[in-house]
Design a protein. Structure first.
Length: 354
């Protein structure tokens, strides 16, 4: 597992720190004693994990837009980060159909601007760009995509993240070949975990329905996705940032996702949620199929994580049933007005085996 002691005292800049993944990453890094600066817009949801966790009290949180190059350059000059983790994005597929220009501006030009900041900041030694499993040209294969497969996402969100991969690769080849900075991209599967309040995502939809005592609406129960707990990819981002900081040879592109048995259909995931929730709470919730004929989304998606496994000896720590138990545990704390920060810290310690 990752030795988090490396991060004690390290200057780390995270874009998109007010989001779901960003908040969990901030919490993990502050527990390790890192000097964390976050750069992002206000939390994208209300309620938000960022506000519930009170992590802003433990970091230097800067409100800013990754489309504002001048402001980001000022922040880099002020903070002098050693490690940069780029999580800022417009991450919702359905919203990308409604707002394609904003999606491309954020996900493509935002990447160009963060790469410019890294290029002009000698302090940076390690940069990780977080993308998605949806960057690949989806051929509905029954096997996982590898890092050298074609990048060409179908919808505006997926395609913009494919472009972000190409931008990162171009900058790496054009400006960083002989520089003392390591650059990587990581393509993560579908992330689930406590504190995700985003619209049009299956677990937040499940929790909203469960709290209101309503049936869960599932739009496409037959779509297969690589579901993993949020701590899985976050730990990989930090593991890679550390490894390439120490040895540049580890820089590259990596997939991070679950093993094949944890690639479930949306219906199977909803069933797992209902079973776990009902067992923990004594409830009787269920889900119903209400396909709405929405915009195109891939039916089958799986990742081949062989490179990550062979390079670092990595393997997923929590299977999807354990991940669901942690989601229900977090949600019970939230619904009862409990200590969210303490719950997050407990789950991080359990994940890291501490």
């Amino acid at each position: 597992m990752l030795d988090m002691s490396f991060y004690k005292g390290k200057k780390v800049l995270i874009t998109g720190h007010t989001g779901f993944k960003g908040t969990w990453m901030c919490k993990m890094l502050t527990m390790a004693g890192a000097d964390v600066t976050g750069y992002a817009l206000k939390p994208p949801t209300d309620p938000s994990l960022f506000e519930l966790s009170h992590v802003a009290n433990q970091i230097h949180s800067i409100e800013g837009d990754v489309r504002d190059l001048a402001h980001m350059k000022q922040v880099f000059a002020q903070v002098q980060p050693e490690i940069v983790l780029h999580l800022a994005a417009q991450p919702i597929v359905r919203l990308s159909y409604q707002e394609p220009v904003c999606t491309y501006e954020t996900n493509v030009m935002g990447t160009v601007y963060i790469m410019e900041c890294v290029r002009t900041s000698p302090c940076v030694k390690s940069f990780v760009n977080v993308t998605t499993d949806k960057v690949y040209l989806n051929r509905e294969w029954e096997w996982g995509y590898r890092e050298n497969d074609e990048l060409n996402g179908f919808d505006p969100y997926s395609n913009s993240k494919s472009c972000a991969e190409l931008v990162t690769g171009c900058y790496k080849n054009s400006f960083f070949a002989d520089e003392n900075v390591a650059i990587s991209t990581v393509r993560a599967g579908n992330v689930i975990g406590g504190g995700d309040f985003a619209p049009d995502r299956i677990i937040p939809d499940c929790l909203r329905a469960a709290r209101q005592g309503e049936d869960i609406i599932v739009r496409n129960p037959h779509s297969t996705r690589p579901y993993e707990h949020v701590l899985e990819p976050i730990t990989v981002y930090l593991m890679l940032a550390k490894a390439q900081y120490e040895e540049k040879k580890y820089a590259g592109s990596y997939n991070v996702g679950p093993d094949e048995q944890d690639c479930l259909t949306t219906g199977e995931l909803a069933t797992l949620f209902c079973d776990t929730w009902n067992q923990a709470t004594g409830g009787t919730i269920k889900w119903i199929d209400k396909s709405d004929g929405g915009p195109h989304e891939a039916n089958f998606l799986q990742l081949d994580c062989t490179r990550l496994k062979k390079t670092f000896g990595w393997s997923p720590r929590w299977h999807v049933d354990t991940a669901m138990q942690k989601i229900v545990e977090w949600s019970e704390v939230y619904f009862q007005g409990g200590d969210i920060a303490a719950c997050m810290e407990k789950q991080i310690q359990e994940f890291l085996g501490q």
